[in-house]
Design a protein around this ligand. Structure first.
Ligand SMILES: *[C@@H]1O[C@H](CO)[C@@H](O)[C@H](O)[C@H]1NC(C)=O
Ligand SMILES: *[C@@H]1O[C@H](CO)[C@@H](O)[C@H](O)[C@H]1NC(C)=O
Ligand SMILES: *[C@@H]1O[C@H](CO)[C@@H](O)[C@H](O)[C@H]1NC(C)=O
Ligand SMILES: *[C@@H]1O[C@H](CO)[C@@H](O)[C@H](O)[C@H]1NC(C)=O
Length: 387
């Protein structure tokens, strides 16, 4: 009896101590947590209850002469004739940096291979790499000066071989990504305005080109306009913490919520939207350096809203499985495995596995197991299992 009492007391004591420990951890972290929760609640209320972004348009509008400084950079590499074919289904811009030649080559020989797309899929897709200039030679790491050649000379050689680099004379840096976005819409306007769709993508994403092409052909045959598709960020709050890569000061953006926009990793717009965005860039202040947010501001100014597609992954990564390959469109964070993924995802057996009633039932079960786990967020949405 006495022994039992003592054990119970010890148990209670341990319980009490754990509770205290947990409480103190929560107290210490609360301020941080609190800020996050509050900013999301505020931003969602603004987005869904007020939804007045009219003043955003007004306060971002600047005189044309001043807006020109965001776009009038000299072209260092260009291909004015790249798009001369009459029927171009898609102009696909890959945002890249001078040093990422390995990524560009991987894309050229997998999902971005124009010859493969023409021969095997029967459509014209133009894949172009958008970049700025590398920092001065002084700052270049030594590997880039192999054989005594600097970045720029290497790029010129690379471009002579492949003919697919478009470069403007601004510093290629994270905080200049908006300039790169503007470059893409301006290039399309002057060199490829007849392409039916425009896409922009990071150089570390995987695009399932056969699936994307058939999806866009379908959209095109329906004559879609006002079309902007990707992974949508709804009512996202600006990040005010100075430690974040995405920090935006109040002077730069004063509202508690961004207009809806798609994750910059990869999204598609139709020709008419591309033209409207181009027009918007002629009169908007592009100082805000988060390019996908700026895209949202431009779209807001011209009355275009984004739509979600479950097989655009945003920042997420695809689970490696045949049942996913059959429908996926984009997946983020592929560098090393891009060749293997391309081979696996476009293998003829994928269709064989996933067709028929049995195949479809099997795949629904597999996709539920892969995508509908709680707390497993960084991939396609659970909804995708039922399509
Ligand atoms: C692109 O595909 C074609 C035909 O499928 C192939 O001959 C060519 O080697 C590929 N290009 C690259 C860079 O791998
Ligand atoms: C953006 O590019 C311009 C032109 O090269 C340069 O002057 C500026 O410092 C760059 N900005 C950032 C934040 O890198
Ligand atoms: C554009 O916005 C920045 C802040 O993001 C501001 O400093 C600048 O004055 C604005 N430009 C014009 C022409 O209003
Ligand atoms: C945004 O501002 C421009 C110029 O001030 C105007 O032409 C356009 O209609 C505005 N758009 C919206 C959605 O209010």
């Amino acid at each position: 009896m006495f022994l039992k009492m003592r054990r119970i007391r010890r148990c209670q004591c341990v319980q009490l101590m754990t509770t205290c420990l947990v409480l103190s951890v929560v107290m210490v972290c609360w301020e941080q947590l609190d800020n996050n929760v509050v900013s999301h609640v505020k931003s969602y209320s603004y987005r869904y209850l007020v939804n007045h972004f009219i003043n955003i348009n007004k306060s971002f509008t600047i005189p044309r002469e001043q807006a020109r400084r965001f776009s009038n950079f000299r072209y260092l590499l260009d291909h004015p004739d790249k798009c001369i074919e009459k029927d171009v289904l898609l102009l696909l811009f890959v945002k890249t940096s001078p040093e990422n030649i390995g990524r560009r080559n991987a894309i050229r020989s997998t999902w971005g291979n124009e010859t493969y797309i023409r021969n095997r899929l029967g459509v014209t897709v133009k894949v172009v790499f958008a970049l700025g200039v590398a920092r001065t030679t002084r700052d270049e790491p030594s590997w880039s000066k192999r054989n005594g050649v600097g970045f720029q000379e290497q790029l010129i050689r690379e471009d002579r071989r492949h003919g697919d680099l478009v470069q403007q004379d601004f510093l290629d840096s994270f905080h200049n990504l908006t300039l790169k976005l503007i470059l893409q819409f301006h290039w399309m306007h002057s060199r490829c305005a007849h392409a039916r769709f425009f896409m922009t993508a990071d150089d570390d994403i995987f695009v399932h080109m056969p699936n994307l092409v058939s999806y866009l052909q379908d959209m095109s045959s329906r004559g879609v306009t006002q079309f902007w598709i990707g992974r949508v960020h709804r009512g996202a709050p600006p990040i005010r913490s100075k430690d974040s890569k995405y920090y935006v000061p109040f002077e730069m953006y004063q509202w508690v919520s961004y207009p809806d926009y798609t994750a910059g990793a990869g999204y598609v717009v139709s020709r008419d939207v591309a033209d409207k965005i181009y027009q918007a860039t002629l009169t908007l202040n592009a100082s805000i350096y988060i390019d996908d947010v700026f895209m949202g501001i431009c779209a807001n100014a011209v009355g275009v809203t984004p739509q979600d597609h479950v097989f655009f992954s945003g920042e997420g990564k695809t689970p490696y499985h045949q049942c996913i390959y059959d429908q996926m469109l984009t997946s983020h964070g592929h560098v090393e495995d891009i060749y293997d993924l391309w081979r696996a995802a476009t293998h003829p057996q994928v269709k064989w596995w996933t067709s028929g009633l049995v195949g479809r039932l099997y795949c629904t079960a597999v996709k539920m197991a892969l995508l509908c786990r709680p707390y497993y967020l960084n991939t396609y949405h659970c909804k995708a299992a039922f399509l």
